[in-house]
Design a protein around this ligand. Structure first.
Ligand code: AMP
Length: 381
């Protein structure tokens, strides 16, 4: 299957070729013709499946006809986090380089004035987090009456973050006749309720079973004592002995992110940290350093777990078993992307056992337990 048969324009196909993609991924193959036809869509796909291009490419072509009026965007893309919104805007620029489309990114941590200036001039695409979008709407600077396409991305993440009421409010502010595309890795009842309410006769596309991890990820559990210092020692051993290009270490608690980060730096590792309490400039700086390879290890909380577009993460380490079993799938989805191989380790102390069982139940298999060769946990002094 090639991209040529999907109905995309020559300019968009050229941008796809320049991005280095030779074949559409399954979600792209299935979703692009549906989106071009104007139908509503529920896309059940995790990150790493190519879903961003699956909605961005046809959206760019649909927008090529027509022009934006001042303060009246034509397409609205809702993202749960600023990082995701920024990544989608980067994709939009990459794939839309041969079309003259305008875009505004409405995310927190940036000035309202610049965002308002762009809206005032008229934009084809608004990429926004729900809170910031509603802020702009309430300031009276934004009219949503010309929105013909709404894309809700990572709906399950929106649910986790408590954004569903905002999404619901936004849906009600948009014209009744519009195309709505809904993407989610899993379909919780709350999300199904939303799609029943706001989508009309949607096509449902599912590219891999909900809550299954990519098959290219080698998943391993290592049993550890309860103490964090033991986990930190083991983690250092793993980082030293595995062939790691770059890796993300996920912790359940923000305080653990900070402690672990400090400890890794103290032991001479090239590590940065990312969690929800950091300022936007700090997050961006860390993320850029990680993307460019300046930092080898990123210690992160689950806020950072979804949608980060870092194609070549070789390893994911779960410092603990995530509280929500579904977060495990999202965490390890940072590796093994687009068919590449990846490794995911989970450090499981007696405290984590119950959560490990929930994860294994969700993914429908047991995860191999290994003891790292030649390693023994240190005894406390
Ligand atoms: P996403 O699921 O949207 O986060 O995309 C995951 C990764 O796959 C991104 O790094 C994309 O650049 C990459 N990607 C998207 N479409 C393709 C494709 N057709 N061929 C190869 N890589 C792709």
């Amino acid at each position: 299957m090639s991209f040529d048969t999907l109905g995309l324009s020559a300019g968009t196909l050229q941008a796809v070729t320049e991005a280095g993609y030779t074949q559409p991924t399954p979600i792209q193959e299935k979703a692009i013709p549906v989106i071009l036809s104007g139908r509503d869509l529920i896309g059940i796909a995790q990150t790493g499946t190519g879903k961003t291009a699956a909605f961005t490419l046809p959206m760019i072509d649909k927008l090529a006809s027509g022009r934006a009026k001042a303060r009246m965007p034509r397409t609205l893309i809702l993202e749960p986090t600023r990082e995701l919104a920024m990544q989608v805007s980067e994709s939009f620029e990459k794939y839309g380089k041969y079309q003259k489309l305008s875009m505004a990114l409405l995310i927190g941590g940036m000035s309202y004035e610049n965002q308002e200036m762009k809206i005032d001039r008229g934009v084809d695409v608004l990429i926004a987090t729900p809170g910031r979008l509603l802020d702009h709407f309430e300031r009276g600077k934004l009219l949503l009456t010309q929105v013909t396409t709404l894309i809700v991305d990572e709906a399950d993440r929106m649910l986790d973050m408590g954004f569903i009421p905002d999404v619901e409010r936004i849906c009600k502010l948009l014209p009744f006749t519009r195309q709505t595309l809904f993407f989610s890795a899993t379909m919780a009842p709350e999300i199904t309720r939303l799609t029943n309410q706001f989508l009309s006769n949607p096509e449902r596309i599912e590219v891999s079973k909900p809550a299954t991890a990519a098959s290219t990820i080698a998943q391993t559990v290592i049993k550890t004592p309860r103490q964090d210092w033991a986990k930190r020692d083991l983690l250092r051993h793993l980082i030293r002995t595995q062939t790691i290009t770059n890796g993300i270490v996920f912790c359940n608690r923000k305080t653990d992110v900070a402690t672990l980060h400090r400890s890794l730096v103290k032991h001479g590792f090239s590590a940065g940290c990312l969690h929800g309490d950091m300022s936007q400039p700090d997050r961006l700086k860390t993320l850029d350093a990680f993307k460019s390879g300046q930092l080898q290890i990123l210690v992160a909380s689950d806020v950072a777990a979804r949608g980060l577009d870092i194609p070549s993460v070789s390893h994911v380490f779960n410092f603990d078993a995530p509280v929500n079993a579904e977060d495990y799938v999202h965490r390890i989805g940072r590796t093994g992307r687009a068919g590449r191989e990846g490794s995911a380790f989970m450090l499981v102390s007696p405290e984590d056992e119950r959560r490990l069982s929930a994860i294994e139940k969700l993914i429908g298999r047991t995860i191999d337990v290994v003891s790292p060769e030649g390693y023994a946990f240190p005894t406390p002094q």
